[in-house]
Design a protein around this ligand. Structure first.
Ligand SMILES: Cc1ncc(COP(=O)(O)O)c(C=O)c1O
Length: 375
């Protein structure tokens, strides 16, 4: 049987990994400035993570959501402490798309409305409502296109208000910092305006923190810089450091009832062990502080490369914009310098999404390679 061929693959076969390094089947070492697409948060094969998951699987790997699972309760409490999001409720699932799917569904249940406002260049996942709220017609199938989504520009307050006035919009969904769209972020004034309008028109504000959350910007959630209180916050990626786990934080104004949401695998014992290990390590190793320091260092280094015209994003969610398309440079970085980086919709943007453990000396290796290639 062949694989359904949907991924253009690099010819590299990783077999082991440790902290910020990945090793292939030929023994080559790669510096990971990509984090498996913003997934690796506390570093590959972190000892706490390996120990906790191994111990958990040897005791109980899975049981359904029909029984008591104290690990879920502990995770909710740890999340409240580390995020500072008081009195929210936690619902666990398995991926980013599923988190947004549940967020949108809950918004629709809560308001009894069905239209959604999303923003140009957004990416919210590949399933039903999540992909419909994604601004990329190539990945929206006819079955998804029946959802009613209005795509607007960041900063266009007037159009947002006009779209809300018919009282048909259940949710406004934002990526606080856009990922694949190219690292754009709206202003604090705009996000605060969205919050005000959502409260005025009984519309749920969903912050998609799947990529920018869980410490990646140096704050636990990226929206926190803007002083807003979203009704629902979606999480995944860095939450499990590679273990498939996602979730939504739900504001206390939205009430639960039996059967409203549900999943077989979501919140299983192993997923909870993974997410708890991530939070424990984020705190113990002060990784959000590390992100802030090392990110400032990256900013300084970018100033030494004249071909970099702009740096977008924050913390360890950065886009370096060059004055030329970067596809060939990215290939050279991988095959000749053994450094993984990411790409974006904008062909001139090189994305930097490293594990939150990345240190200045690793960044030096990256900039030395860049300088060699751009000389
Ligand atoms: C902002 C954002 N939302 C949602 C998703 C979808 O997550 P998943 O691939 O886990 O379904 C992604 C994945 O890249 C993302 O970056």
């Amino acid at each position: 049987m062949s694989l359904f061929n949907v991924y253009p693959l690099f010819d590299i076969t990783p077999v082991t990994a440790n902290d910020v390094y990945v090793y292939d089947d030929k023994g080559n070492e790669y510096l990971d400035l990509y984090g498996g697409h913003a997934v690796i948060s506390i570093g590959h094969s972190h000892p706490t993570y390996v120990k906790n998951i191994s111990e958990q699987v040897s005791k109980l790997g899975f049981y359904s959501n029909a029984i008591q699972n104290p690990l879920q309760v502990q995770l909710a409490s740890e999340l409240e402490e580390v995020s500072g999001c008081k009195d929210y409720q936690l619902f666990l699932c398995n991926s980013g798309a599923e988190a947004n799917e549940n967020a949108l569904k809950l918004a629709s249940f809560h308001t009894d409305k069905k239209k959604v406002i999303a923003f140009k260049n957004s990416f919210h996942g590949r399933t039903s409502a999540a992909v419909a709220a994604t601004d990329n017609p190539k990945i929206v199938a006819p079955i998804n296109a029946q959802q009613e989504v209005i795509f607007l520009e960041f900063e266009d307050v007037a159009d947002v208000e006009k779209a809300l006035q018919n009282n048909e919009v259940c949710a406004i969904i934002i990526e606080t910092i856009q990922g694949v769209g190219g690292l754009d972020e709206a202003t604090t004034a705009f996000y605060q305006h969205l919050e005000k309008l959502c409260n005025q028109y009984n519309t749920v504000l969903i912050a998609d923190e799947i990529q920018c959350g869980f410490g990646r910007t140096g704050d636990f959630f990226a929206f926190q810089k803007h002083g807003i209180t979203p009704h629902i916050i979606s999480m995944a990626k860095g939450m499990g450091n590679g273990f498939p786990v996602g979730g939504i934080l739900i504001h206390p104004s939205i009430k639960a009832s039996f059967g409203l949401l549900g999943t077989t695998f979501g919140g299983n014992h192993l997923a909870c062990a993974a997410a708890l290990s991530v939070i424990e390590t984020l705190k113990k190793e002060e990784l959000m502080e590390n992100v802030q320091q090392v990110s400032n260092y990256i900013m300084k280094q970018t100033a030494t490369i004249p071909q970099i015209t702009r740096v977008k994003g924050r913390g360890f969610m950065l886009g370096l914009e060059f004055d030329f398309p970067v596809a060939a440079l990215r290939k050279k970085l991988i095959y000749e310098h053994h450094i993984f980086t990411g790409s974006a919709k904008n062909p001139n943007l090189l994305r930097i999404l490293p594990p939150l453990t990345m240190q200045k000396q690793h960044i030096d290796v990256f900039f030395d390679a860049l300088k060699k290639e751009l000389k």
